[in-house]
Design a protein around this ligand. Structure first.
Ligand code: KG4
Ligand code: ZN
Length: 337
């Protein structure tokens, strides 16, 4: 069995996965959403202090399995330094005291492997990753060979939902709140610009759209003057523009990439409206769409454990005295993940 730890942002999570058949034996996640909600976003120092309490509490529950561990895995990039370090400290300690190998897992690769929790891998695969920190299309050829085909030049999808919710005084995280409001809204009431619509650039950008939403909110007298209907209509119009942007750039990628299997992963992939748009697109382009179960779209240790099973088979171990957080450079198209 492999014990995996995730603490890259505001979720403390530990999982135990069986190596021989990918079975998820144990999984628990303590989310800090409520603690950060009043700030409209994650406060790193607060997140770190909460991991210090929550991770050992979850670990306590894994006691029955600790003697059967063959390895320990932990997210070491990308994420908030002060929160990644909490998970790493715990993983290092387990690896050294139990004398078992340590695996360092890239969080985004973990999101990709959320597709394969309790399943076999599907490779090659084309993936749209939409999370709180990233918007990327990635070609996944193997565990080691993942190439970024398109990436965000500013705000990510999840981040833009969070910021729009904050502008309307709706709380955090914004994704589920905006999606829910949008269900009752008129998506054609405000004509918001579809980002990079006339640009040949195969990249994602949401800061211009975010600004257009801010101006719309101002034109309605600000969030306090807005009616419930106004908020629903803004949410729906914004969500429609995000969808059109994602679909337009994905189509460009589909013209060059002929891999049949396509997947959407990451926190924002829980969005049903976006999922439905991709169902249609995949039908049109003859691709098979894969998504993770809703509970594994947002950050969790089960996906880290699933990746770790494959990394364990390839003996991609790291020295517990050498492991550190990796200060990720700005990611560009063409780079390996
Ligand atoms: O993958 P994730 O849990 O964390 C990162 O790795 O960043 O993603 C969290 C993000 C948040 O920004 C949240 O607002 C967004 O995912 N999110 C959604 C939805 N559910 C969560 N965005 C749009 N629609 C949703 N239903
Ligand atoms: Zn994530």
């Amino acid at each position: 069995m492999i014990l995996s730890i995730e603490s890259s942002c505001d979720d403390s999570s530990i999982a135990i996965t069986k190596i021989e058949n990918n079975e998820l034996i144990f999984h628990k996640k303590i989310s800090q959403e409520k603690e950060h909600a009043c700030y409209g976003g994650v406060v790193p120092e607060l997140a770190s202090r909460l991991h210090v309490i929550d991770l050992p509490n979850i670990l306590e529950e894994t006691k029955p399995y600790l003697d059967q561990l063959k390895a320990v895995a932990v997210t070491n990039q990308p994420g908030l330094s002060v929160t990644l370090l909490e998970g790493i400290a715990m993983a290092k300690t387990i690896a050294v005291t139990k004398n078992i190998p340590l695996l360092a897992v890239h969080h985004l690769k973990g999101h990709i492997y959320s597709l394969f929790i309790e399943k076999e891998q599907i490779l090659p695969l084309l993936v749209l990753l939409i999370s709180g920190g990233h918007t990327q299309i990635i070609r996944v050829e193997s565990l080691e060979k993942m190439t970024i085909l398109a990436t965000s030049i500013d705000d990510s999808v999840g981040e833009s939902f969070d910021k729009i919710a904050k502008m309307m005084g709706l709380g955090y995280p914004g994704g589920p709140i905006i999606e829910k409001l949008a269900r009752n809204g008129d998506e054609n009431r405000f004509s918001l610009p579809v980002p990079l619509r006339n640009s040949p650039l195969i990249a994602f950008s949401l800061s211009g759209l975010k600004n257009a939403v801010r101006l719309t909110i101002e034109s309605l007298g600000g969030s306090e003057a807005m009616s419930e209907k106004d908020k629903c209509d803004v949410a729906a119009s914004f969500q429609k523009a995000v969808k059109l942007h994602l679909i337009q750039k994905s189509k460009k990628i589909f013209l060059n990439e002929h891999i049949k299997d396509f997947a959407i992963v990451g926190g924002a992939s829980a969005n049903i409206y976006i999922r439905e748009a991709y169902e249609e697109l995949c039908m049109e382009y003859g691709k098979t769409l894969h998504t993770a179960p809703l509970e594994f779209c947002s950050d969790n240790a089960a996906m880290i454990g699933r990746y770790a099973v494959e990394a364990y088979k390839k003996e991609l171990f790291v020295d517990p005295f050498e492991i550190d957080i990796v200060r990720t450079k700005k990611q560009q198209s063409g780079m390996m993940l």
